[in-house]
Design a protein around this ligand. Structure first.
Ligand SMILES: NC(=O)c1ccc[n+]([C@@H]2O[C@H](COP(=O)([O-])OP(=O)(O)OC[C@H]3O[C@@H](n4cnc5c(N)ncnc54)[C@H](OP(=O)(O)O)[C@@H]3O)[C@@H](O)[C@H]2O)c1
Length: 249
């Protein structure tokens, strides 16, 4: 990791359950002196003026390409300083979205919406971040994926849009890792499965989670910090769970 005076981290989707925990884990890392948070939400009170350490830069945005281009322009002054990037946004359900239980539940608008949030937008971030990350600073880019995006692991069925969007995310990450590996060798990509974590996203599905298998966001953020610290700059995409174990595609 870059241990100099100009060591930055970027957290996209920083108001979510995992995004907030990962943001605070990075803020509390003494080797990082700037953490840029990108979110659809406004900066929380406690982080205005950079938070207690003055480290946080909060950028509020919509997730559409013109707005994201503006975010990239705001990041340009920090080019070459990022050692950590975590893309934490994602959607499983909402007031109008329910994970599908059977084929009859498939709906064109829901599929498009989930694909847009979970695969299209992270892909656009990878494009826009390329010139900002390419350089001499070793940089670990993590996108929050999910084990249910593994095709070989799908024994239960259901959740068509979410599963397929995460499988699509993984393929976008894999393809981008090949290109980053050729054109920006200082960047390593990781598709990360946090495990079932106690956030709004998992709330409706927590009843069936076995005891001890529902993680606190801070535990997952700490695990991810260890994984990022020990990642090898090998120019490939890794698909890893919260324990650092590889997941089959
Ligand atoms: N929690 C789990 O059990 C679990 C398990 C496996 C994978 N994951 C993955 O981990 C990531 C973080 O999830 P979480 O558990 O922290 O969920 P969360 O608390 O619901 O946070 C998700 C965040 O995603 C962004 N978001 C919400 N709706 C969106 C939309 N329609 N379009 C784009 N972005 C939207 C928001 O970030 P901003 O408002 O800050 O932009 C939101 O705060 C997701 O990618 C999820 O698929 C979670």
């Amino acid at each position: 990791m870059n241990s100099g005076q100009n060591n930055s981290a970027l957290v996209i989707g920083s108001s979510g359950g995992l995004g907030t925990a990962i943001l605070m884990e990075l803020v509390n890392d003494p080797s990082i002196n700037r953490v840029v948070a990108v979110s659809r939400s406004r900066c929380p009170q406690e982080l205005t003026n950079g938070g207690a350490d003055g480290k946080v830069v909060w950028l509020q945005t919509e997730y559409n390409e013109p707005a994201m281009v503006e975010v990239a322009q705001s990041l340009a002054p920090y080019s070459g300083s990022f050692s950590r990037v975590c893309i934490c946004h994602g959607v499983l359900h909402s007031d109008i979205l329910k994970p599908e239980k059977r084929l009859e539940d498939l709906n064109e608008a829901s599929l498009q919406s989930v694909f847009h949030s979970n695969a299209v937008i992270p892909g656009i971030w990878l494009k826009l971040l390329f010139p900002i990350l390419k350089g001499n600073t070793n940089c670990i880019v993590v996108a929050l994926s999910a084990r249910v995006g593994s095709i070989s692991d799908n024994n239960l069925g259901g959740w068509y849009a979410y599963r397929a969007s995460k499988a699509a995310l993984n393929m976008i990450l894999k393809t981008a890792a090949i290109e980053y590996g050729r054109r920006a060798k200082n960047v390593k990509l990781i598709a990360f499965h946090p495990g079932t974590t106690d956030t709004d996203l998992s709330k409706p599905f927590q009843a069936t989670v076995p005891t001890g298998k529902l993680f606190a966001p801070i535990f997952v953020a700490e695990q991810l910090a260890i994984i990022m610290d020990s990642a090898k700059m090998d120019g490939t995409l890794s698909f890893l769970d919260w324990n650092g174990q590889p997941i089959d595609w």
